[in-house]
Design a protein around this ligand. Structure first.
Ligand SMILES: Cc1cc2nc3c(=O)[nH]c(=O)nc-3n(C[C@H](O)[C@H](O)[C@H](O)COP(=O)(O)O)c2cc1C
Length: 531
């Protein structure tokens, strides 16, 4: 397959559009496509002499790079046109190239549509065209009418495939790479689908989605120029950066005052976060709800994804004072909106969508703690049944190593109870085993509780957050100690008439511990963040 890419951006390979074009080519597996860099080519405008039709049929009288480019176009099976939108059209030099294709046509009035046209000099019926373009406005819709009309008229609508993307300048902003990267992934998928026959409807819909909502984009774009609103003196770099960050805010109904103190440049700004949106103020400050004390360089590196925000906090490269909850919800409030995923029609969640659930870990143990304590044989049977049901439960929830250990331990202890082992010993032993498992779980690579709380802290990403891991390590150890001392009173209790209520009584401590856990997992990171 002969693939030709015509790069019409004056910025050459560094252009926004070429990022999309390269992603498309890599998805299609066409990394070695021949490239015409229009910006570097010697291209004189067409003089309109019609010599290529009359005196030298099929050849232009101007001797520059266009002769070679025409040969490449004739040989190509797929031509990829990559260019930015300039004044609702193509950039001037690319228009020169388009005009200079006149030798490819015969002069006769035939072909085309009702408005007229010229037939092709060559059989290019196999040839397909992919038009990839970015523009500066928030959407491509309504801005490409003249471009669409030109390509569809000249090559035929059925031969043209389009990837038109608004908000093109965002592709050069490292701070926004999570959103633009997701779009480039979709373009890559489009490339793969095109090479396999055609871009699918789902991918087409995703490509048409704006990167950011209009108001967010336009606010961010205005702030990016770093020029005061009256168009005069440039504003401070840290102010325009803060304004761009503020533009990303997605209101959640809560009013907050987020204060930034850039310690290395001695600048402080406040972002007023309201139900309507955000506003950056530089004086007349209000009492803050959250204050971030950080070197500007550190915060910018975090925004660009060069260093992890959690890692930097853990290393005390910045401090957070006041309400720490905002930090826990940062991605939700300031992150890029992801491309909407199609709703899966399947009944069972996919492997990736499954989340670990603490109840899955506890259910088999409950059978022993409650069941065996009251009716040893029936409780034992319930324990074995619960352990046997675990593989089915794992079809709904993400399995965790500790659940597999639990299933095996519960099955063994339940069997012992059914075979007539002393219920008091079995129940006491079960608490001890449970406590040991938790304590050991505090020293494994991922502490036990982290498996269950990760979904509330960004899923798998939470495992890379050292502060999250440390908090969970402490909590897992605390729970381990609680369950290791539980067997002491369990054994005593089961020797009394209150034996049947052991499970119930033993639930009181974990309930209190649960309250402590909920408090600790917020309090500890906040305390750390204060430095
Ligand atoms: C001279 C000029 C004209 C432009 N005209 C438009 C336009 O009409 N509509 C639009 O949405 N963007 C317009 N833009 C913005 C570019 O299309 C946008 O910045 C694009 O992403 C640049 O892509 P590139 O980096 O691939 O060259 C224009 C930019 C320039 C420099």
């Amino acid at each position: 397959m002969n693939i030709l890419i015509i790069n019409g951006s004056p910025k050459g390979e560094g252009s926004n559009t070429m990022k999309l074009a390269r992603a498309f080519l890599s998805g299609a597996g066409w990394d070695n496509a021949d490239t015409v860099a229009v910006a570097d080519a010697k291209l004189t405008p067409c003089s309109g002499c019609f010599s290529c039709w009359r005196k030298t049929p099929g050849a232009c009288v101007i001797h520059d790079d266009m002769g070679g480019i025409l040969a490449k176009i004739i040989a190509a099976d797929v031509v990829i046109w990559a260019f930015p939108l300039y004044y609702f059209s193509v950039p001037g030099k690319l228009k020169n190239l388009i005009d200079r294709q006149l030798p490819l046509n015969l002069p006769f009035m035939a072909g085309g549509n009702a408005s007229g046209g010229h037939p092709s000099r060559y059989d290019l019926s196999r040839q397909r065209h992919v038009i990839i373009s970015t523009c500066g406005f928030w959407t491509a819709e309504g801005n490409y009418d003249s471009v669409i009309s030109m390509f569809n008229r000249y090559y035929g609508a059925e031969k043209c495939t389009w990837i038109l993307c608004g908000q093109g300048e965002l592709f050069r902003v490292p701070e926004l790479s999570s959103r633009t990267g997701a779009y480039l992934d979709t373009v890559r998928r489009a490339g793969a689908e095109f090479a396999a026959g055609g871009i699918g409807a789902e991918t087409g819909t995703e490509l048409a989605l704006p990167l950011y909502p209009r108001d967010v984009f336009e606010k961010m774009a205005d702030a990016s120029w770093g020029i005061a609103e009256n168009g005069e003196a440039p504003t401070d770099e840290s102010l325009s950066f803060t304004k761009q960050m503020a533009a990303l805010f997605r209101p959640d109904g809560t009013e907050r005052v987020l204060e930034f103190c850039y310690t290395d440049i001695d600048k402080t700004y406040q972002i007023l976060l309201t139900a309507q949106g955000s506003d950056v103020i530089t004086d007349n400050f209000k009492p803050y709800t959250t204050r971030i004390e950080t070197p500007f360089s550190v915060w910018r590196s975090i925004s660009r994804g060069e260093i992890s925000g959690q890692e930097a906090l853990f290393r005390r490269q910045y401090k957070v004072l006041g309400d720490f909850d905002l930090m826990l919800r940062w991605d939700e409030l300031f992150g890029a909106p992801g491309a909407p995923k199609p709703t899966p029609q399947k009944r069972l969640p996919s492997e990736a969508a499954r989340k670990a659930n603490m109840a899955v870990l506890l259910i088999p143990w409950m059978a022993i703690w409650i069941g065996v304590a009251i009716y040893p044989v029936a409780g034992g049977a319930a324990g074995i049944a619960a352990a046997a049901l675990m593989p089915l439960i794992w079809l709904l929830f993400k399995p965790v190593l500790f659940e597999r250990i639990s299933a095996a331990a519960v099955a063994g202890l339940s069997l012992a109870a059914m075979l007539g082992q002393d219920a008091r010993a079995v129940v006491t032993l079960s608490y001890g085993a449970f406590g040991l498992m938790w304590l050991a779980g505090a020293f494994t690579k991922t502490p036990l509780t982290a498996h269950y709380s990760a979904s509330g802290y960004g899923g798998g990403k939470a495992f890379e957050n050292p502060l999250f891991m440390r908090t969970n390590r402490i909590l897992t150890a605390a729970w381990g100690v609680l369950y290791l001392i539980t067997p002491i009173w369990t054994y005593i209790l089961m020797g009394t008439r209150a034996s049947a209520y052991t499970g119930l009584i033993n639930s009181a401590c974990p309930a209190l511990m649960g309250i402590f856990t909920a408090w600790f997992q917020k309090w500890y990171p906040a305390r750390w963040a204060k430095g």
